[in-house]
Design a protein around this ligand. Sequence first.
Ligand code: NAD
Ligand code: UDP
Length: 317
Amino acid sequence: MKNPLRKRILVTGGAGFLGSHLCERLLNEGNDVICVDNFYTGDKSNIKHLIGNPYFEVIRHDICFPLYVEVDEIYNLACPASPIHYQFDPVQTTKTSVHGSINMLGLAKRLRIKIFQASTSEVYGDPTEHPQRETYWGNVNPIGLRACYDEGKRCAETLFFDYHRQHRLNIKVARIFNTYGPRMHPNDGRVVSNFIIQALKGEDITVYGDGMQTRSFCYVDDMIEGFIRLMNTPDEITGPINLGNPTEFTILDLARLTIELTGSRSKIVFHPLPKDDPRQRRPDISLAKEILGWQPKVPLKDGLVETISYFKQLLKL
Ligand code: NAD
Ligand code: UDP
């Protein structure tokens, strides 16, 4: 029998970077958590400290196939998130966003429960509006290398809003901007993990292009707080809501800061810019501030120190 005082919460992609932090937070708040993951990019090491907790269950499952469980809420995070991973099997990436969302929305519809979607700033593509507000429709190349991810996530948003309009489903769509922190993949090619690992190993720091492209980096704890607040809003709040850190840095700034914080002797080298790499990205988080009373608290320097210490342990340095 289910304890009526405990919410049973499904987290898809729960063995991934963000998913594992979310599972941990939900368990700490006294919930019963079911983590569903096919371990495509996630790893058991991310959740090994949770295994053994009687309120934590792991199901190996690909969300492209239907899933029958009884839960009170769904956080749909399953999807490879880094360009190297999502471009490795682009058809599977689109399937995960589209078929996976249909399956999870179907589950939410049957159970009449609310469902959260981890959407992305990539729905804005290479934005012509800066900073990006939720009203901006985006500038996405539909046939480019990033399209499997960008268009997959855009279609997932369409599905969420159609289920909301057609079936009165309670949806919560977050547009997540670049997030970093412990349990990022060491080899997923993301800029924060690449630079930290290169700096710790004393290798060259690979800046793509001239390094003047910008990103805004949100620490994982801030992001998870945003997820929880959005999920707990009244039914009429659907999103999409931008979640991210509005403080913008150039990639070159990030390379210099990483060298400083690791005390590394690494040199900065310049490599060609990947195709369709956005020049600028910064969220306008006015809506999140107003509706969720949320804004990131952790400065880049502090978050990088935590992340560096995680990678030092991982690399046994
Ligand atoms: P991640 O790759 O660490 O986690 C994704 C998880 O989903 C992995 O554990 C993977 O094994 C699992 N997965 C992938 N396909 C699956 C499938 N078909 N069925 C079941 N499980 C599957 O990535 P992350 O950084 O934790 O991202 C989580 C979510 O947040 C993703 O949906 C991503 O698009 C979104 N997001 C992340 C960022 C970021 O900066 N990390 C930014 C924007 C959006
Ligand atoms: N980048 C870089 N060196 C690296 C990895 C990435 O200069 O070793 C750049 C990349 O070209 C992009 C930015 O850093 O302009 C952020 O890349 P990431 O893959 O982390 O995220 P996304 O492009 O999805 O925002």
